[in-house]
Design a protein around this ligand. Structure first.
Ligand SMILES: Cc1cc2nc3c(=O)[nH]c(=O)nc-3n(C[C@H](O)[C@H](O)[C@H](O)COP(=O)(O)OP(=O)(O)OC[C@H]3O[C@@H](n4cnc5c(N)ncnc54)[C@H](O)[C@@H]3O)c2cc1C
Ligand code: SF4
Length: 719
């Protein structure tokens, strides 16, 4: 691991996820001529594929990064139960494995070496730890919330509808092609991008190929979808229901991935507001369609990685088709394996290594230096070979952008306030947390097969309680929620295929002695599994044994969904008080438990209707709510979209930052003041739930914050 080249920087960015990448690359691109020193601090490592891809036939990426002093790990690649074990043991972050990729935190208090849960706060958070942040494991869904969500009075934004649309367009480009490309094309007035040459050129400075809409079983198949216009005037693609049987076979929807076909068909009977999600995945242009940089593509002469429908988006894309932000950061800081020089670190000028990223670096607290002299950041530097070994270090910066994600940023700010580093932060630090109304649920017994393990992990959505959902009818937008299909990686298929029916059985039997029943069931399962192995020797010649079913078969009449909705956003964080507590504790200010939020009744009602349309006689079950979770007093909302806690607001009385991410300084008077040069740009600033996947909104807001910060640096705005 390379040492920091110096201890003082112009700008330090904490984190490397959406907020961090959008802001750091914007500042580097827009004031590159002033050559600011930028340092990104990230607590995790780089992650990449261990197999050859179209663009990296010799698996050179890991070596390329290691040669530049960067710690790298490989995605888990095994596609069956062994892979599940690899994921749990190697890829989850825990003591002695602090460089793990996933961090699963059940907020509360545990004793007996973490085995006994003493206090349960009712929230479990899954997040990523690595260069690229949540983009490393996210489901690629790049979607905008309905405008009425942002019109909530808790949103302090002064942007006009036109400005808002332009930042969302910029964010789509920044995720789909690259942040640097977004600003280059923005300055030419070319967002949304149009190829001026007519030669199917990618936009200038692009790292990826743009967002795609993947619903077919293989790349290149023409989906033959129906196109409608969404409320923002963009194309929305959806399944052609009941295609005219007289049309040629290629006009049918039979080439669709089963999950997408079954989900959209069922959804079309429940809401008029449904369709295909925009995915941050490179794909090939479907055959017969014009090659067009606005569409999925792959250019002659410049083959790029493309989606092979392997369904592994949440555990690492082996063909390297996804568009995680680490690709952009590598291109910016180190260049590409094909010899393309770094965007910001000019190879010929050793003095000009101005853009640095330091992995395995976990920020502890921030101290404001006297007389507006900038900030000192205390961090833990982990040892690459033994990540549990860490040393305390410090770095100084004139400006700091905190973008450590919802939990990370809340922790840093609460610690900094409690330990006197930033004593004048708003009293609102930690308030306004939201689970984003996240809900995961499974349904077995569909009357048609569905492939849960093939295709991008999410293909489609259905919106409820929007004006478009049931045109002409009165609508209560406070009840807005969204349901999406969710695939599962094959490595987890046998666990989920067995586990969900078991949870359902337990739920049905729990009124009898529940713990005894659970133990008996586990004993029965173990005996059953061992028995199958023994019996296979005698029976397999005449009859196929269950243990020889493939991972796809375990789940092939099951549907998994994720839902989100307008949750109340009234969670209040505090720091855990002892090592047996999670670093952050949370409770709602209205004394309800998180599972009792009214939005979940709405979600469950829509799911009951969806279950019927999917031809199942069962109900969707959420393994984290009811049944065994209830008996074990471990019920929680499992969220991968934690939001808020350092909310944007108009004043220090109401929130932690203003709409440009500037951190308020509490003067105890009515005079507005800021911590000069201190910013927050990530999911923690969202003042309410979005009810949709948040990365596009986080990106749009962060680009706006960075744009304003650039003007600030250039002296065009007053503080
Ligand atoms: C499995 C999964 C699937 C998801 N799918 C989608 C989806 O399809 N679409 C969507 O919009 N959203 C999705 N999300 C949510 C999305 O990933 C997050 O909302 C988004 O990443 C948040 O961006 P951020 O900038 O706030 O923080 P992050 O992207 O989480 O980045 C924060 C970074 O800071 C680092 N960090 C934290 N603490 C410290 C510290 N103390 N010091 C240094 N570094 C630190 C972290 O390691 C991380 O890299 C998904 C999330 C998960 C877990
Ligand atoms: S479906 Fe597979 S190939 Fe396609 S993006 Fe996801 S992980 Fe990559």
């Amino acid at each position: 691991m390379q040492k920091l080249p110096k201890t003082e920087f112009e700008l330090v960015v904490i984190g490397s996820g959406f907020g961090a990448t959008m802001t750091a690359l914007t500042i580097a691109q827009r004031i590159g001529d002033q050559r600011p020193d930028i340092l990104m601090l990230e607590r995790g490592t780089w992650w990449t594929t261990p197999v050859p891809t179209v663009q990296d036939k010799t698996i050179a990426t890991a070596k390329f990064l290691k040669e530049r002093g960067q710690p790298v790990q490989y995605w888990s690649s095994v596609e069956h139960f062994k892979g599940f074990i690899d994921l749990v043991l190697r890829c989850f972050r825990r003591p002695k494995n602090e460089d793990g990729l996933y961090e699963l935190t059940q907020l509360g208090k545990r004793t007996w070496f973490g085995l006994k849960q003493e206090e349960n706060d009712g929230v479990t958070v899954l997040r990523a730890c690595g260069v690229g942040g949540g983009s490393l494991v996210y489901s690629n869904i790049t979607i905008r919330p309905p405008d009425f969500v942002l019109a909530d009075e808790r949103w302090p934004l002064t942007w006009t509808a036109e400005e808002r649309n332009s930042y969302y367009d910029l964010a789509r480009h920044a995720i789909g092609y690259g942040v640097v490309s977004a600003w280059i094309e923005h300055d030419k007035g070319n967002i949304p991008f149009q190829d001026p040459t007519g030669q199917n050129q990618l936009p200038a400075g692009s790292v990826n190929e743009g967002l795609s809409n993947i619903v077919t079983r293989s790349a290149r198949l023409n989906p033959h979808w129906t196109v409608v216009t969404d409320p923002h005037g963009r194309e929305l693609k959806r399944i052609t229901i009941d295609p005219d049987p007289k049309l040629p076979s290629e006009n049918q929807n039979r080439l669709w991935i089963d999950r997408a076909r079954v989900f959209q068909t069922a959804m079309s009977e429940l809401t008029n507001d449904f369709g295909t999600v925009d995915s941050s995945i490179n794909d090939l242009t479907p055959e017969g369609l014009k090659e067009d940089p606005q569409r999925p593509q792959n250019y002659p002469g410049k083959p790029l990685n493309y989606c092979e429908r392997q369904g592994r988006c949440n555990v690492g894309c082996l063909p390297g088709a996804r568009q995680p932000l680490n690709k952009q950061l590598m291109a910016a800081i180190f260049g590409k394996i094909d010899g393309t020089p770094p965007l910001f670190n000019d190879k010929d000028d050793n003095e000009y290594k101005r853009f640095h990223l330091h992995p395995l670096t976990e920020v502890d607290i921030i101290h404001a230096l006297p007389n507006n002299g900038g900030y000192e950041i205390e961090y833990w530097q982990r040892d690459e070979n033994k990540p549990s070994r860490k040393t305390s270090q410090k770095v100084r910066a004139k400006r700091v952008i905190i973008a450590a994600g919802c939990l990370g940023t809340n922790e840093i700010l609460l610690r900094s306030k409690a330990r006197g580093g930033l004593p004048h932060l708003s009293r609102k630090v930690g308030s306004g947390f939201s689970t984003n109304g996240d809900y995961i649920a499974f349904l077995e017994g569909l009357d048609k097969p569905v492939s849960l393990t093939r295709g991008p992990v999410t293909t489609s959505f259905g919106h409820f309680n929007t004006p478009e959902a049931e045109p002409g009818k009165p609508v209560d937008t406070k009840k807005f929620h969204m349901i999406e299909d969710q695939g599962i990686p094959r490595a987890a298929a046998s666990t989920i295929g067995f586990g969900i029916p078991v949870i359902r059985m337990l739920t049905a039997q729990l009124h009898h002695s529940p713990r005894l029943f659970a133990l008996l069931l586990i004993a029965r399962w173990l005996w059953h599994r061992l028995g199958f192995y023994v019996l296979a020797f005698f029976k397999d010649a005449s009859e196929r044994q269950q243990i020889f079913e493939s991972e796809d078969e375990f789940t092939n009449n099951m549907m998994c969904i994720v839902a989100q909705g307008r949750e109340s956003s009234v969670g209040q964080f505090r720091l855990g008080a002892s090592p047996t507590e999670s670093p952050l504790r949370v409770k709602r200010t209205d004394n309800l438990s998180f599972t009792q939020d009214p939005i979940f009744a709405e979600v469950r009602s829509s799911l009951a209707r969806l279950a019927a349309k999917l031809g199942s006689t069962k109900n969707f079950i959420n393994p984290f709510i009811g049944g065994p979770a209830k008996v074990l007093k471990a019920e929680s909302i499992a969220t991968s979209h934690p939001l808020g806690g350092c909310s944007m607001a108009q004043s220090v009385v109401e929130g932690v930052v203003d709409e440009y991410g500037r951190v308020f300084y509490d003067t105890d008077t009515n005079t507005p003041a800021y911590y000069q040069g201190l910013y927050v740009a990530d999911s923690s600033i969202l003042p309410t739930a979005l009810g949709v996947n948040p990365s596009l909104t986080i990106s749009a807001l962060s680009l706006r914050i960075a744009d304003h910060l650039v003007k600030d640096i250039q002296g065009q705005v007053s503080a």
